[in-house]
Each structure stands twice: as structure tokens, then as C-alpha cells.
Design a protein around this ligand. Structure first.
Ligand SMILES: Nc1ncnc2c1ncn2[C@@H]1O[C@H](COP(=O)(O)OP(=O)(O)OP(=O)(O)O)[C@@H](O)[C@H]1O
Ligand SMILES: [Mg+2]
Length: 244
């Protein structure tokens, strides 16, 4: 197997005495679509913060694109090709859609303006709703449109790996039916994707491999088709309860 784009070994994240991530091993192959599911407080966002350089891991090793990047800052991770769509999206609500998108391209502006213009056209093709609202202030977008903007902004850094923390948060199924196929198409075009997702059924349907996190640890991993029929996952995340 070729070297993964991302691999984690024994990664730990702590906030003072709270250990949010307690030794996680994880790999995303080049061109793969990998999911992480798990209940509230399992440590998923903390793990994403460590990967994207927002927090420094308390232990372990993070390798990205063949290099040890443990403890590197987020701006450096962006420059290396990691795009993060954070939980809650974090769009700049008082700036236009266009300005938000251009912030995603900041590492390339002045160096690759033609490439940025090309990519802008491509992402607006993926998300026509953003094209129609390009001069609108981002705070006036719907939640689903803001998620599109956050993804599009990430794509404008021309990433090797796109990391999304909670795609579905607060969004209606109708919007999710628009968003998930875009991710599938991007992955089919070669983009590696790591998706943290609270809606386990959606994540298991689109990803190839899934990790299940509980209490800061990976308790199960495997092909998504296998994870989807694991009794622990059926009980805890897919709503197979006594009443069903
Ligand atoms: N900045 C912080 N300071 C202190 N504790 C934190 C901080 N951020 C997260 N935690 C704690 O770390 C643990 C893991 O939280 P985290 O947000 O990583 O979980 P999560 O799996 O993303 O949950 P959710 O599904 O609700 O998004 C929780 O116990 C949380 O209270
Ligand atoms: Mg989270």
C-alpha cells in the first residue's frame, strides 16, 4: 500500500487535567474517504484540532504527506495541504462570500493567481448557490449555504486532505442530500477526505473506512460496510433500540 496522506500514532490531547484524546492510531490513505463517528465528548473535535495544528498534542506522532508534523501550527498545515472545515463552520459573517472564499486561497494569492481563479470557478460550479450569492454578506446565508462556503473556502487552498468536523450539524436532510454527493464527487476526483460526523448513517454510507471513538479512544475501526453492521454501532449510533 502506498504511504498514507495522514497517519497518527498514539496521539493524545489534554486540556489541563482533562484527557480528551487518549492514544489514537489512525490513517487516511491517499485518495481515501475516511469517517470518524462517536458520541458527544468522545474527543473527535479535539483530535481534529491536533491534526490541523490548533492544539499541540500532549503525546504521539502526526505524519502528513510523508513528514512528521507533530506540533506544527495551523497556518503551516494549510500551506502543506491540509484544509480544515471546523465544527460550527467559522465563516466571517460580516464579509462577503467572495472575501470568505479568497481567505481560503491566502497562501496562493500572488503566487498562483491564475490557479486561484480557476479553482474559484470550479468551486462555484460545485455550489451554484454560492455563485448566486457571491457578493452577499456571509452572515445572511442559511446554515447549509454557510457549510457550502466553509467547504469551498477549504478547497481554495487546493488541499491534499480535506478534514470536515460535523458536516451535518444543524442542517436539514434536504441540504445533506446536496452536500454529501459533492463530497463523494470530490473524492472520486482524487481528493482525500476525513469526515467527522454525528449522523452515523450518512457517514457510513459515503465513506470507505470508519473509526468509532468513545472516551478519547478508537473502539472500533474497519470497512464502513462492516462497521455499519457491528452490533455496538447498531445499538449506540444507528438507533437499534428495544423499541425498534
Ligand atoms: N477547550 C477545552 N477545554 C477543556 N476541555 C475541553 C475543551 N474542548 C473540549 N474539551 C473536553 O474534551 C472532551 C472531548 O471534547 P470534544 O469536543 O473533542 O468531543 P467531540 O467528540 O467533538 O464531541 P461533539 O460530538 O459534542 O462535538 C470533552 O470532555 C470536552 O468537555
Ligand atoms: Mg465535536
Amino acid at each position: 500500500m502506498s504511504q498514507p496522506i495522514l497517519s497518527l500514532s498514539a496521539v493524545r490531547v489534554a486540556y489541563g487535567r482533562i484527557e480528551a484524546v487518549r492514544g489514537v492510531d489512525l490513517a487516511v490513505g491517499r485518495g481515501a474517504f475516511v469517517g470518524i463517528i462517536g458520541s458527544n465528548g468522545a474527543g473527535k473535535t479535539s483530535l481534529m484540532r491536533a491534526i490541523s495544528g490548533v492544539v499541540r498534542p500532549a503525546g504521539g506522532t502526526i505524519t502528513f504527506d510523508g513528514e512528521d508534523v507533530t506540533g506544527r501550527k495551523s497556518h503551516e498545515m494549510v500551506a502543506r495541504g491540509l484544509a480544515m472545515v471546523p465544527e460550527g463552520r467559522m465563516v466571517f459573517s460580516d464579509q462577503s462570500v467572495r472575501d470568505n472564499l479568497m481567505l481560503g486561497a491566502y497562501t496562493r494569492i500572488g503566487r498562483d493567481d491564475a490557479g486561484v481563479a480557476d479553482d474559484l470557478e470550479k468551486v462555484l460550479g460545485l455550489f451554484p448557490r454560492l455563485a448566486e450569492r457571491i457578493d452577499q454578506v456571509a452572515g445572511t446565508l442559511s446554515g447549509g449555504e454557510q457549510q457550502m462556503l466553509a467547504i469551498a473556502r477549504g478547497l481554495l487552498s487546493r488541499p491534499k486532505l480535506l478534514v470536515i468536523d460535523e458536516l451535518s450539524l444543524g442542517l436539514a436532510p434536504k441540504i445533506l442530500d446536496l452536500l454529501f454527493p459533492v463530497l463523494t464527487a470530490l473524492n472520486r476526483d482524487g481528493l482525500s477526505i476525513l469526515l467527522v460526523e454525528q449522523m452515523a448513517s450518512y457517514a457510513l454510507a459515503v465513506t470507505e473506512r470508519t473509526y468509532v471513538m468513545e472516551n478519547g479512544r478508537v473502539i472500533l475501526e474497519g470497512a464502513s460496510t462492516d462497521v455499519a453492521v457491528d452490533p455496538r454501532v447498531l445499538d449506540a449510533y444507528l438507533g437499534r433500540r428495544g423499541a425498534a
